[in-house]
Design a protein around this ligand. Structure first.
Ligand code: WTA
Length: 652
């Protein structure tokens, strides 16, 4: 069963408060009546192709029309076959050609307080220049561009520039290690690496280029490295013949490059995410279907209007940044705030300062952030006027009812609907969410599926179960934003997502449906844990641990954590070393170096042996209970022996 914070699950199962949307919100909303939702949902379900045909014709620009809406031969799908479009054109040129070029596209604020505003016309010019720069470096359609950048406008510009010429971006969150970058570069056969001299984080500079240099020493396919000057770092090492500056290559272009008409199914990006095995997988999304899904889900869920100032706090290193910082809102012509840094720099009120300063109307953030705000104290919120806000969103993990209530009352002044959006890297965009004008929300529930999403709750054999008791969440029909594969590994794609229940997409989450038809996500069915809204595979962390010479065997589990949702608990058996504090720190740093700071174990416990079943399987459930029940003992001089417990458990 679920590997998630079980206390939280028990809690949400008893949650029955209802929060209907305020009447004035409903009046102007995109979905303003329940009937409208039901009718739209029924049309998308019963007449899928007609529904999406009309959506695609209206919401994307077509250089050439498509002649088939959906070619579905599970698990392979093609959407809008024969058509030609371009995601960068849909995000930019479309608005400029409609006379909306002077509208603000991006309002940027850097962590040190520097600001920059780009209109749609200006953004278009920058994207064209960047695309021309990419071409001058030899990048053409189908080439993979690996990206390790700060959250500045150039990151969005680069993504759109790739889309403009049909290059495939692979954005790597700028907190991953050199090892992780190299693995991803090699897996994707990336040709170009794009980075910056550094980024600002809590007042310090992180030297990105240094990390990239280490990664490039192990990357076999990268030919060039494009470097943005962000922090003005002295002595950035530039390798002759490989490294070039952004200001030399991009800023010098004329910025006129037309968008290339691309087949609907042209690869748009790869984004690596953790699955139930040790190796992160490159989730592949393609142009037309993804673009349409990002746009329409953005408009439906965030109820977007002309005068909104929208802020998604996610980094573009994650799927939320792809779909709801770049492709969704820009396709919809929204004005988006983009912030580079930490929420507690220079002080814990930075987010609220930004909301007040830019009069943000829609804010989309993660439960882990909300829990941090609660911990930091209400005084940071009280200093600011947040009355511009009209809608709040949550993503990345389930939001516990306490955090939901605080978000609702303290940030939303009890008047803003909260959209708790459930989705995944693989789904491309939001799958289940309240519709803010019509859904009476329940704290902790992602409520209802969006039009086009047909959820099913099944048992291990693929048979429907009583939805109120819960089971595996699967999706029975293709939707435009669904992943098209795992880059370079079709077999793993089929095995991972489509073989448990043939012909149905396995989400990897457990869910239940209550008597009002609301969905409640109950955690993962596999060894994926969710740390501060970031997906990690326990096996990935175990592999990193056993690559240390002192470790014989490692088992990693998640345990409930007040701020992060789940913390990482590692149990290790060792050789040739004393189980002391020094080794514990060394192992934590080792994982950090192998994967990145976000994977560093919170606790490392030394075990004499790991508890195993008679057939030799590590008893993870037992370790989860142990990790959840006990803080790490300060005394590390003895090796804990879990075998006795394991025996007792087996006799249960
Ligand atoms: C979890 C992030 C409950 C879930 C967009 C899913 C959630 C995984 C929610 C995907 C939510 C995300 N309620 N659980 N609102 N949103 N999850 O790929 O387990 O980084 O499968 O995509 O996060 O994480 P990913």
């Amino acid at each position: 069963m679920a590997d998630s914070a079980s206390g939280q699950i028990d809690h949400v199962l008893t949650e029955d408060r209802l929060f209907p949307p305020p009447a004035e919100f409903t009046q102007k909303a995109v979905f303003s009546t329940e009937e409208q939702y039901l009718e739209t949902y029924a049309r998308a379900r019963d007449d899928r192709d007609e529904f999406w045909k009309a959506e695609a014709q209206e919401h994307l620009h077509w250089f050439e029309p498509f002649n088939e809406v959906c070619k579905w031969d599970a698990p392979n799908v093609e959407w809008f076959v024969g058509g030609k479009t371009n995601a960068s054109y849909n995000c930019l040129d479309r608005h400029v050609e409609a006379g909306r070029g002077d509208r603000t596209a991006i309002i940027f604020e850097g962590e040190p307080g520097d600001t920059r505003t780009l209109t749609y016309s200006e953004l278009l010019t920058e994207v064209c220049k960047c695309a021309e720069g990419l071409q001058s470096l030899g990048i053409t359609q189908g080439d993979v561009v690996s990206v390790y950048m700060p959250m500045t406008p150039e990151l969005a510009i680069l993504m759109l520039a790739c889309a403009r010429i049909g290059a495939i971006h692979s954005v790597i969150f700028a907190g991953f290690s050199a090892e992780s970058i190299a693995d991803r570069n090699n897996d994707a056969s990336a040709k170009l690496m794009v980075t910056a001299d550094g980024l600002y984080r809590r007042g310090k500079v992180l030297p990105l280029k240094e990390t990239v240099d280490q990664a490039l020493a192990k990357s076999t396919t990268i030919e060039k490295c494009l470097v943005l000057k962000r922090v003005g770092q002295d002595n950035v090492s530039m390798t002759e013949g490989r490294d070039v500056w952004w200001h030399d290559v991009v800023d010098t272009q004329d910025g006129k490059l037309p968008a290339v008409p691309l087949d609907s199914e042209t690869s748009l990006f790869i984004l690596y995410t953790s699955g139930s095995t040790g190796k992160p997988k490159g989730i592949l999304h393609t142009t037309a279907g993804y673009n349409l899904w990002a746009k329409r889900t953005f408009e439906w869920v965030f109820d977007h209007r002309e005068d909104d100032v929208y802020w998604c706090t996610a980094d573009c290193g994650w799927i939320t940044g792809h779909s709801y910082v770049v492709y969704g809102p820009l396709s919809a012509g929204a004005t988006c705030l983009m912030y580079e840094g930490a929420p507690n720099h220079p002080a814990e009120d930075r987010f609220w300062d930004l909301v007040e300063k830019y009069k943000v109307t829609i804010m989309y953030t993660a439960p882990t952030a909300v829990r941090a705000f609660i911990k930091w104290g209400d005084e940071h919120v009280d200093k600011h006027d947040l009355s511009s806000l009209r809608l709040l969103g949550s993503v990345g993990e389930g939001i516990n009812p306490e955090a939901w209530m605080w978000y609702h009352e303290k940030i939303g002044n009890s008047k803003c609907p909260i959209v708790d959006t459930w989705w995944q890297t693989e789904t491309g965009g939001i799958m289940m969410s309240p519709l803010p004008g019509i859904t009476a929300t329940k704290p902790g529930s992602c409520c209802k599926p969006l039009p086009g999403v047909i959820p099913e709750i099944l048992d291990e054999t693929g048979r429907p179960v009583d939805p109120s008791s819960g089971g595996m969440l699967c999706i029975g029909q293709p939707w435009p934003g669904m992943l098209r594969g795992i880059y370079g590994d079709q077999e793993r794609y089929v095995q991972q997502y489509w073989s448990t229940v043939p012909g149905k997409y396995l989400t990897g989450d457990n869910a239940r449906q209550d008597s009002d038809g609301y969905y409640w996500i109950m955690g993962r069915i596999d060894d994926v844990i969710n740390v501060s809204g970031h997906r990690l595979s326990t096996i990935e962390v175990e592999s990193a641990l056993v690559s240390h010479e002192a470790v014989c065997e490692a088992a990693v589990v998640g345990r409930p954590h007040d701020l992060k949702g789940q913390a990482i608990s590692a149990f290790v058996t060792i050789r040739d070393r004393e189980p002391d504090e020094e080794l514990r720190q060394e192992l934590r740093m080792h994982v950090r170096k192998q994967i990145g700071a976000l994977a560093q174990p919170d606790d490392v416990r030394f075990a004499a042996t790991l508890p195993k079943t008679r057939s030799g399987k590590i008893m993870r459930r037992l370790l989860r209970d142990i990790a959840a029940g006990k803080e790490v003992a300060g005394d590390t001089s003895t090796l804990e022996d879990f075998t006795v417990l394991a025996k007792l458990k087996e006799e249960d």
